[in-house]
Design a protein around this ligand. Structure first.
Ligand SMILES: Cc1cc2nc3c(=O)[nH]c(=O)nc-3n(C[C@H](O)[C@H](O)[C@H](O)COP(=O)(O)OP(=O)(O)OC[C@H]3O[C@@H](n4cnc5c(N)ncnc54)[C@H](O)[C@@H]3O)c2cc1C
Length: 406
């Protein structure tokens, strides 16, 4: 027997990001034996720093406190078209009644570490430096292999983020082709007093509309700014950051005198896993689906899916029903509806005049409130008048097949 196989865990979770750590926390506090296997050591850099009001209730459930070293308040988003001088603010306080009126911008190294610590406090065992190389699922359980050990469990959770372990292995990835193709991003440290005044106390994300994509400015704790440029160009390199900086008077002004980290690039990040669950396994967070980052939906939706998943799996473990291949059906359908709403919004953003019609306009009454609700992540409600406009609007260009979610 390989070392480690003697203990049978209830749940083996692969990946300690927001999805894996949230699921581990909730399952462990219900008394289940949970082990999390994470290839990296924490704290570690991760992109994805602007959160949505949608996530606030999940934070509360997990016991997450907003430490000011890691969190700054975010009250909304401003869309800016520098070339024409047009811009418009969308404040969460104007959303339809529902989720909280604020969100957070976070340092992901500290945020993910706190979520990991809370999972441990709840009773989960977390091992770092354990890169999973194989997952085997049989009728009675699962065997997960890392470089040093095998881990036997009743159920396995793939929370490997963009690595999407099971989807790559089973070749069940469908890309979203009409969205951003590449993102180049960096941090700027030591922002000036003048920039802090321009950012304002609301620390709103700025979404800059540019010819073949958009850019984000995300204020972070300790006078830092996360900047990313997302393009539909297939040929982008890290030089895109310098190119964008040279052409943006606003960013040039905001980062004057600040220190820039080396730019990083990520490509082909938008996809759907066509087989996110089955007998004894589930893929949650980015391992199940990731859309484009333009509306900052990633972390909030990953943590929401982790909660929904834990709420279904926990009683099933207690009652011995975890081997049911259809266990997660209704929960996954619910998540699909949320992803589909975001995917439609993102599609219209890239492929129609929607951006200029709605995101650069201060008017709109009930539609505006409805749009802000979607920007807050309140994507499941059926009484949002803006949703009707969204789903009826037509795509202008046919650059790619419309995204579909089964
Ligand atoms: C360019 C870009 C910008 C983004 N901006 C935002 C934003 O502003 N706001 C937002 O909410 N979201 C944003 N996102 C998305 C966000 O980063 C993700 O949605 C979020 O991190 C998903 O959480 P997760 O737990 O599913 O995956 P992750 O956070 O990626 O965690 C997965 C974990 O699994 C581990 N792992 C992977 N493979 C293995 C293995 N084989 N064995 C063991 N461990 C493994 C990894 O090391 C990692 O720690 C952005 C994404 C991109 C690409």
């Amino acid at each position: 027997m390989v070392a480690g196989t003697e203990k049978r865990w209830d749940v083996v979770i692969v990946g300690a990001g927001p999805a894996g750590a949230s699921a581990a926390n909730l399952l462990a506090r219900d008394g289940h034996a949970v082990v999390v296997l994470e290839k990296d050591t924490f704290p570690r850099f991760h992109i994805g720093e602007s959160l949505l009001p949608l996530g606030a209730s999940v934070h509360e459930r997990l016991g997450l406190e907003p430490d000011p070293e890691v969190f700054v308040i975010k009250t909304g988003a401003e869309f800016v078209h520098e070339a024409s001088g047009q811009s418009a603010f969308f404040k969460f306080e104007e959303a339809l009644d529902g989720p909280p009126r604020f969100a957070w911008q976070v340092d992901r190294d500290g945020f993910d570490t706190k979520l990991r610590d809370l999972a441990r406090d709840a009773g989960a065992t977390v091992h770092h430096g354990q890169k999973v190389s194989d997952i085997d699922i049989d009728d009675t359980g699962v065997t997960v292999t890392t470089q040093s050990q095998q881990w036997r469990g009743r159920y396995v959770v793939d929370a490997t983020g963009q690595d999407r372990f099971l989807a790559r292995r089973a070749r069940t990835i469908t890309p979203y082709t009409g969205f951003g193709k590449a993102a180049v991003y960096a941090h700027f440290s030591g922002l000036s007093d003048a920039t802090m005044v321009e950012i304002g106390p609301g620390n709103d994300i700025r979404i800059m509309l540019i010819d073949d994509g958009w850019a984000w400015y995300i204020p972070l704790p300790r006078r830092r700014l996360s900047v990313g440029v997302v393009t539909q160009r297939k040929t982008a390199t890290v030089d895109l950051m310098a190119e964008y900086l040279a052409n943006s008077p606003m960013l040039t002004r905001w980062v004057r005198g600040a220190e820039q980290s080396a730019p990083r690039i990520v490509r082909n990040f938008s996809y759907k896993n066509d087989r996110p669950n089955g007998a004894r396994f589930a893929c949650i967070g980015d391992a199940g689906c990731f859309l484009d980052p333009v509306f900052s939906s990633g972390v909030a939706i990953a943590m929401t899916s982790a909660c929904g998943f834990a709420d279904v799996l926990s009683p099933a473990l207690t009652e011995g029903r975890e081997g049911d291949p259809d266990l997660l059906g209704p929960m996954m359908e619910h998540m699909d509806r949320g992803y589909e709403t975001f995917a439609t919004l993102i599609d219209r953003f890239y492929n129609t005049n929607f951006g200029t019609n709605f995101f650069l306009s201060e008017g709109g009454g009930a539609y505006r409130r409805g749009l802000i609700s979607l920007l807050a992540g309140d994507v499941w409600r059926t009484d949002n008048p803006f949703l009707k406009v969204l789903t009826r609007s037509h795509r202008r260009r046919s650059v790619a097949p419309a995204p579909t979610m089964s």
